[in-house]
Write a protein that binds this ligand. Structure first.
Ligand code: TXA
Ligand code: MG
Length: 332
């Protein structure tokens, strides 16, 4: 049921942070800024509070949530850790990396969608960290968008999507990274697997663990992944605007003549660009492109185009994460 009033957007003053922390402890939902995308947070140890996340997002209850901690030293409280996890935590936390590990009993089943594993990350966003500290409990949070839609990278995106479903949004500015965290399955530390590419790249993880990291999809012997349920956020169709999206290795020549279709390149094209040509970063810097991607998809979705064409990023590293989101946006 929609709420009668629109969610309020709060600045991160000490007074507002204290009030929002109290609300979280009391079992309410608060949308929070993170360095990756905005999240919809609840006390991770309160099953009733976490159930509200699924209702507000229209998220299926089989899609588990990520538990956010203030520090890696709290990891053992919610998960069964191992040497590989400690190594990655030391190197990449606080930051955009989520680890999947066997869960401890204290984590309610609703958070993990009934799985014996839990996804955990220590975020780096300054205001989210202050809120975590004041709340004094781990916070479960998926991205703060309606299920299946593009993740929000500003407080305004959250308000537009969930403004009538939630009451409180903490404004921490535009997300610095703009793509959801990298997720690594470390349940078996001898066989780490990449469940979702992100700003911490496969190469960085491999260097840290001195090991090849397979993509979960190829590990079909795992009974969970064979049923397509290992990382439900990996649903082929996800992060999708309503407007159909098509991805291209290279744009065919002359296509921009179709005025009712939008064309998105990674870098600014040479010469004068037609009105229906857009780019993610003037110089083609992939970090800039990642930061802009979801906001541009939202703008174009509202722009009345019949189709959005996007050029795939080249190279490894962040390109893998950008192209992953583009392919999901394009999947029907
Ligand atoms: O950057 C991020 O990760 C953001 C911010 C808010 O931290 N969160 C986020 O959550 O993107 P979201 O909406 O992607 O949902 C969490 C995803 C699930 O869809 C699933 O793919 C994965 O995390 N996940 C959670 N628990 C899992 C588990 N036990 N096993 C495998 N995957 C899990
Ligand atoms: Mg999400």
């Amino acid at each position: 049921m929609p709420l009668p009033t629109l969610a309020r957007v709060y600045p991160g003053t000490p007074r507002h942070l204290a009030a929002l922390a109290r609300r979280l402890r009391a079992g309410e939902l608060v949308a929070v800024p993170t360095e990756t995308v905005y999240g919809l947070a609840a006390n991770a140890l309160d099953a009733r509070a976490c159930r509200k996340i699924f209702t507000a997002k229209g998220r299926p209850s089989r899609d588990p949530l990520i538990v956010h901690l203030l520090s890696a030293s709290e990891l053992e409280q919610v998960a069964e850790s191992n040497a590989a996890a400690r190594r990655l935590a030391e190197k990449f936390w606080p930051g955009p990396l989520t680890l999947v590990l066997p869960k401890k009993k204290i984590v309610p089943d609703v958070v993990t969608a009934g799985r014996p594993s839990v996804a955990v990350r220590v975020p780096s966003h300054r205001l989210f960290r202050r809120l975590l500290k004041l709340a004094g409990v781990p916070l479960a949070a998926p991205s703060a968008n309606a299920f299946g839609y593009v993740s929000p990278t500003t407080a305004e995106h959250v308000r537009l999507g969930l403004g009538r479903k939630i009451r409180h949004i903490l404004d921490g500015g535009a997300a610095r990274i703009g793509l959801e965290s990298t997720i690594v399955d470390l349940r078996d530390p001898a066989r780490p697997r990449l469940l979702r590419p992100g700003a911490i790249t496969r190469r960085e993880l491999e260097l840290a663990l001195r090991k090849k990291i397979a993509t979960a999809r190829s590990a079909s012997r795992d009974p969970e992944s064979a049923r397509g349920e290992l990382a439900p956020g990996m649903l082929a169709r996800h992060y999708s605007p309503r407007t159909p999206v098509a991805v291209h290795k290279n744009f065919p020549r002359g296509t921009a003549k179709l005025k009712n279709e939008a064309w998105v390149t990674i870098a600014r094209p040479a010469g004068r660009a037609a009105k229906n040509i857009f780019w993610l970063d003037a110089r083609g810097d992939l970090r800039g492109a990642a930061r802009r991607l979801f906001a541009l998809l939202r703008e174009l979705d509202a722009g009345g185009f019949k189709k959005i064409h996007v050029e795939l990023a080249r190279g490894g590293g962040l390109a893998e994460a950008i192209n992953d989101r583009l392919r999901r946006a394009a999947a029907r």
